[in-house]
Design a protein around this ligand. Structure first.
Ligand SMILES: [Zn+2]
Ligand SMILES: [Zn+2]
Length: 547
């Protein structure tokens, strides 16, 4: 017989946005069976919530935990912040489908054994290893392009024939449980796929009632045009559109408002459009910061951007390469650093050094300050510091100021915006802890607690109930997962018990692998996954299939 559990004396914040109410929540097996004033005598186990908030577990619709959940099925950094469901395969990159070339590439890049090609195979690998949280996936546009065209995908746009092949693969992925198509049109090889091709692909997704989760072509100068393309794709194909990390980057000139309005208008016309945004970590001056590797300010927007990890230490020491990069700085108007008329030259103060193994005296300073301290141009200072790091220069990380609070709030506070942290799950133990920090890890531990801490408790920009809705009921509804995200009889028992006065992020730029506090218990499918700051080891997550 199923275990009967009662959570007593909770302040129930049910995920709908309605005001909290005092109540007890009964769980039988994996499901919530009753909510109200219930008799504890009827249950095998009673959990006293002691007046803390009892809310649905967090649903992150924009995750990059495709591989990390296989390495660390306990999903440590997610369970510990109350995340009970994630949607992977975002920004055009999913774990499946793969072809043999792409599979080999993934194995080399990620240092893991890939035991699948299709979506069905990927999902069953995850299922057989077990996972602590519920996990769903989109199908990445990159995967379709490379599977159909091989490495040619990086050199030319897809032909009609290629698009037909991609549609077939996408159809198969949808049959096997994918929630839709994701794109990252700012990146190669996806940037060569045009609107018509995307409409063709989204028509397949629409047949299944799926979602087009799009990282649009530009988040800077052309962000409004890029958002309009997402609307066009939705209107022409009939797909559900989800704009991901929805906002214009610094300095936006009010463009975030434009793209939020654009979706409002499109909804009036009947398009099922919504969006999600990351609660960026805010500095004292209202700048929203995002983690980055320190090689980024050097190569970003240059012809070396694509080389990424291949941009070797040797090249940093090659005076010709360094000279090219230096001379190219004024032309670079990429993303976070597009502020000044002189490109990167104006924005060194928006790069923060979090940690250098060989030169820790500069930790916490921005590149402008470091340049001044070293008596050098910030560019030369950074090259010197990276060369000093040696072969492990990629482990040096920092943060880049990418947005303003005003912009972040324009999307984040909108009723149709879910909160997502655009991160991979991480762990301070095992193989994941050995990986360089990079961008994703800096948000992996405490970004949801940070959202509650900053926007609800400190700034009172959102009510507790609204904030919970944005992390639970709303994302579930957007993804059509109608049996999760609420505290209601019949829903799966994914539940978080926490203290709204105590919840806080404890991760810092220098020490990012630190758990948050204020979360008392996390329950996944009726079983305790976290209790009093300990992971119970339970792997009760479900691999979610869209149909
Ligand atoms: Zn993205
Ligand atoms: Zn992303």
């Amino acid at each position: 017989m199923a275990q009967e559990v009662l959570i007593r004396n909770g302040r129930v914040v049910d995920g709908t946005g309605s005001p909290w109410f005092m109540g007890d929540v009964a769980i039988s097996g994996a499901k919530i069976t009753r909510v109200g004033r219930l008799d504890p005598g009827d249950y095998d186990e009673v959990i006293d919530a002691g007046g803390l908030v009892v809310s649905p577990g967090i649903i992150d619709v924009h995750s990059h935990s495709d591989f990390s959940l296989l390495v660390n099925p306990e999903a440590d950094s997610f369970i510990r912040q109350g995340v009970t469901t994630v949607f992977n395969g975002n920004c055009g990159n999913s774990a499946a489908p793969l072809n043999e070339i792409w599979k080999k590439h993934m194995e080399e890049a990620r240092d893991i054994t890939v035991e699948w090609l299709s979506t069905a195979e990927y999902l069953s690998v995850m299922e057989s290893r077990g996972v602590a949280i519920n996990a769903a996936t989109f199908t990445g546009l990159s995967n379709l392009l490379v599977s159909a065209m091989g490495m040619d995908a990086y050199d030319r746009p897809p032909t009609e024939e290629d698009i037909e092949a991609m549609k077939e693969m996408l159809r198969q992925a949808m049959e096997e449980g994918s929630y839709g198509l994701s794109s990252g049109l700012e990146y190669d090889p996806q940037s060569m796929t045009d609107t018509d091709a995307l409409v063709e692909l989204c028509r397949v997704v629409a047949e299944y009632g799926g979602v087009y989760a799009t990282h649009i072509r530009s988040r800077d100068v052309k962000v409004v045009e890029a958002a309009a393309e997402a609307v066009t794709i939705g209107e022409r194909s009939g797909v559900i559109v989800e704009g991901v990390h929805w906002g214009a980057r610094y300095p936006s000139d009010g463009k975030t408002k434009h793209i939020v309005d654009l979706f409002d208008k499109a909804r009036e016309g009947g398009l099922d459009a919504g969006f999600n945004q990351v609660p960026w970590t805010m500095g004292d001056d209202g700048v929203g910061w995002c983690g980055c590797t320190l090689i980024e300010p050097i190569i970003i927007g240059s012809k070396y951007t694509k080389k990424g990890a291949e941009f070797t230490y040797e090249m940093l020491k090659d005076p010709e390469v360094v000279e090219y990069l230096r001379n190219d700085l004024p032309n670079r108007q990429y993303g976070p650093i597009l502020a000044g008329k002189r490109g990167l030259l104006d924005t060194w103060d928006r790069f923060l050094v979090a940690h250098l193994e060989e030169s820790p005296e500069y930790d916490g300073m921005n590149l402008k300050q470091i340049g001044r301290r070293m008596g050098k141009d910030p560019f030369d200072a950074l090259i010197d510091l990276l060369v000093r790091e040696g072969e492990d220069y990629e482990r040096a990380w920092g943060a880049v100021g990418i947005t303003s609070r005003w912009d972040t709030d324009f999307s984040l506070l909108h009723p149709n915006c879910s909160v997502a942290i655009d991160s991979g799950s991480d762990s301070p133990r095992g193989p994941l802890s050995e990986k360089p920090v990079g961008e994703l890890v800096t948000r992996a531990y405490g970004q949801f607690p940070y959202f509650f801490e900053k926007w609800v408790r400190e700034d009172r920009a959102l009510s507790l109930e609204d904030a919970v809705r944005k992390c639970t009921g709303l994302p579930a509804q957007r993804m059509r997962v109608m049996d999760r995200g609420l505290i209601r009889p019949g829903q799966h028992a994914d539940i978080m018990i926490w203290d709204p006065e105590e919840i806080r992020n404890n991760a810092t730029w220098k020490n990012p692998r630190v758990y948050p506090s204020g979360i008392s218990k996390v329950i996944v499918n009726g079983v305790l996954a976290e209790e009093d700051n300990e992971h119970t080891g339970a792997l009760k997550g479900t691999v979610l299939r869209a149909r």
